[in-house]
Write a protein that binds this ligand. Sequence first.
Ligand SMILES: [Zn+2]
Length: 546
Amino acid sequence: MMIKINSKFILINSEVFPLLKNAELLIDENTGKIKSVSEAACNKKNTVNSEKDKNYSTLIIPGLLNAHIHTELTIEANGSTPHIFSEWVISLIKMRMNLSAQETAAIRKKAYEISIKSGVTAIGDIVPLEQFEEYIANCAINYKAENYTAGKDFKLQNLNSKDEAGKYGIAHSNSNNNNNGYDNRYVQYGKYDKYDNYDNYDIDINNDITVKRFNIEHPRIKSYIEIIGLAPSLADIKIKELEKTLNYYYKYCNNNEKSKQRGFYMSDVYDKNDDFQRSEYTAEDTFLPGLSPHSVYSVSKELFKKLSEKNKEWKLDMAIHTSEHKSEISFLKEGRGDIAENLLNALQLGAFSNPSKMYGTANYSTPADYLNSIEMLSSKTALIHANEINEHDIQIIKDSGASIVHCPRSNDFFNSSRLPLRKLLDNNINVGLGTDSLYSNSSISILDELKYARKIHNEENNHCVSSKELFKMATVNNAAILNIPHLTGTLETGSYADFIIFKIPKDLKLTEDNVFDKIIDFEEKDILKVFIGGKEVYRNVRAYSV
Ligand SMILES: [Zn+2]
């Protein structure tokens, strides 16, 4: 089956044939991939979203990617949230101390929903090692995408209790009454489902209808397993834990060579002994693991070296928080500053606060220099933040092929130096865009991040980085960082049908010169629909009614 969508404008990506007019997007429903995109004449047959008789037009663009987020920290900061890094970390630890695994899962779910609603179709998420098994169990169920017949395949229940619903129910949301504007029309069931808001769901009592489960409740996820261990004696223990966790992941996967080469092992197989199946909608590229040795101030040299050695076999992509704060440099060189003196002492890690003595790190001028010396930098590495970098670092990063994830609002939250973005782009370093967590930002929307990036790198800085370049960072560059290039962040033939439909005024004149600025001007309320892998995952009910 094919899905055809017509739109007044379609933007393929920031590079190729930038803007198609009166265009048509053809999607192969079985693969979730784009069959074709062209300026062909509109054919009303089999067309959804026909614009005839509507008082608005539409623009389709690739889904946005958020290359750095901590979904488990989707906790709002307020006026009393500290902006000094050590105090911020401690306040976070205190706040999270009492959260149960279930509460953390609910926080993550909130992050997925907010992301999708704001047009984010793929994220680079940081997940603590000890949470990863639970995390994958929660995500795994979402890979099912099959036809189910109500009453035949599932026992219908009254949704009197959340628990029952989670076990047996097929539930339809009553979209018009859905007070959060989130049209989650898709059926939800399964033993992993944990929903808070059952009041809005009605049982579908029509026994013979066949419903298709499009239940993609999260964006595509690159899940970087976070590893922390400053005590050198922890290195072996952490590696063992990591091996166990990765084995748990591999249990769901085969050793498909192609996947292996790309650094992940998911493919379209299923384990009959497990409640985990896939059909036409494959998990490949939907949930991928990566590694995140946290930073130079939270991982020992031993652990870094062992990870680097092990990863020759694993071939996983890495994300490392690097040069986010000036105090990382003083920690490394002389065991001084906010991290060495305040943070580590508060965490009772004072014994490890002087790596210059322990590891002779004073020989290295910066975190990037140090990471390079212990073979942590390569084209599979993304350095998160990288605000406090010098010319030498830029050269090292360029030579290694590592990427950078820029998180401008989070960086300003901590009053860090401004990323030398123009210089990095001129050096052909791949720079992406991330929000970091909500706890150091005002939202986790990449549209909002783009607005802020435009303000600081363009409006306030001699127009030095264009809106087109910023858009590329949030799409194509981020896809390269998450190691799914050409598959998302673009609407080329053969890529996944991950896209946003914007509602635009009928008389809006979009050109190749103004389209990127207009996109950044758009707000969440302008989004009509969001698709992932050809499935509609969000419909903005309010936008239709206005
Ligand atoms: Zn972060």
